[in-house]
Design a protein around this ligand. Structure first.
Ligand code: PRP
Length: 177
């Protein structure tokens, strides 16, 4: 942990909160008349989701799902682990999946199809960040498009650390040979 070095702050608290306010307004407008089932994708999505739902003026329910493909590594394993499974309560619900970052797309793509197979009526997605190399990947709501850097804070981790930082910073990662 002592070796982790931050190169710069990418998004400060005020920028993050202002964008979340406008995302919440947009979601409230576009999902009006629905009772959205908001699904924070744990662990990374929990901080973002907890702020976002307080900016959505609709009668939502919360149903977290735990999903992991990176483990303690900085590169995706290519397999999505769902240790808690998918709750049957999604049947006939209009789902809003909420995650911190869109990187390879594995997490959102897999969960979207899994939830539809489980009987969800509709599945929308909301990510706070989308990496530049993922700019061809769709999400219904995107907070910020960001460069291809390793970012931590505000839910994002490096080997499980830094999730509690209130801002999002770039980390200097030593490449393994
Ligand atoms: C991270 C992040 C997203 C996902 C994005 O989760 O929180 O859920 O990776 O990457 P992708 O687009 O390549 O799927 P991770 O698997 O590290 O688990 P965590 O949320 O517990 O950190």
């Amino acid at each position: 942990m002592m070796d982790d070095r931050f190169s710069r702050v990418l998004l400060d608290q005020a920028e993050i909160q202002e964008r979340i306010r406008t995302l919440g307004e947009q979601i409230t407008h576009e999902m009006r008349g629905l009772v959205p089932c908001v699904i924070p994708i744990l662990d990374g999505g929990m901080i973002f989701a907890s702020d976002l739902v307080r900016k959505i003026s609709l009668p939502i329910t919360l149903l977290p799902i735990k999903a992991s493909s990176y483990g303690m590594e900085s590169v995706s394993s290519g397999n999505l682990d769902l240790p808690w499974g998918v709750p049957p309560l999604v049947r006939d619900r209009d789902v809003l999946l909420v995650d911190d970052i869109l990187d390879t797309g594995l997490t959102l793509t897999t969960l979207r199809s899994t939830l539809l197979e489980a009987g969800a009526r509709s599945v929308r997605t909301c990510v706070l960040l989308r990496k530049q190399h993922a700019n061809h990947l769709h999400s219904d709501y995107i907070g910020f498009d960001i460069p291809n850097e390793f970012v931590v804070g505000y839910g994002l981790d490096h080997a499980g650390r830094h999730r509690n930082l209130p801002e999002i910073s770039c980390l200097e990662i030593e490449k393994k040979n």
